[in-house]
Ligand binder design. Structure first.
Ligand code: THU
Length: 152
């Protein structure tokens, strides 16, 4: 997969990931697929918790994976898919957008990657997709650049 291309393949990877969500409380399955600069794709799905408030979002789970591998500075794009499972399919006709916390967490990797990453937001049934740059979803972001952590 090339750096910014193949939106549909990235969304398909996010849908596959959503099938591995642990979401017994909300029943809302979210998958995130991160495209790295070298074409690799790393996915995550939401992980809920009986305490509710400790739930991990799909995007956060995926970012934790790349950070733990030393790839936080390699992010090019992300696809997010969410909906309710019906049999083996995910249903839901509206694109799912990242929550506020996930926008901030994505921004950490985006700034480290020196890329205003593409964010593809898809519906569970795949019928609707909206694409953005992260700066549209999180304008005037606070991030590592503000702490002097982005070398020129
Ligand atoms: N969720 C995500 O995984 N990502 C988001 O950006 C929005 C919400 C999850 C959290 C919870 O498990 C379920 O969706 C319903 O809120």
């Amino acid at each position: 997969m090339s750096e910014f291309d193949d939106r549909d393949a990235l969304i398909a990877a996010a849908r596959d990931a959503a099938a591995r969500a642990y979401a017994p409380y909300s029943g809302f399955h979210v998958g995130a697929a991160l495209l790295l600069r070298n074409g690799d794709v790393v996915t995550g799905a939401n992980v809920e918790n009986a305490s509710y408030g400790l739930t991990l979002c799909a995007e956060t789970a995926a970012i934790a994976k790349i950070a733990n591998e030393g790839w936080i500075g390699e992010l090019a794009a992300v696809a997010i898919v969410g909906g309710r499972p019906e049999g083996s399919a995910l249903v839901g006709g509206d694109p799912v957008h990242p929550c506020g916390r996930c926008r901030q967490i994505l921004n950490e990797a985006a700034e480290r990657s020196k890329t205003d990453i593409l964010v593809h937001c898809a519906s569970g049934d795949g019928s609707a997709v909206k694409s953005y740059r992260l700066s549209e979803l999180l304008p005037a972001a606070f991030g590592p650049k503000d702490l002097g952590l982005i070398p020129d």
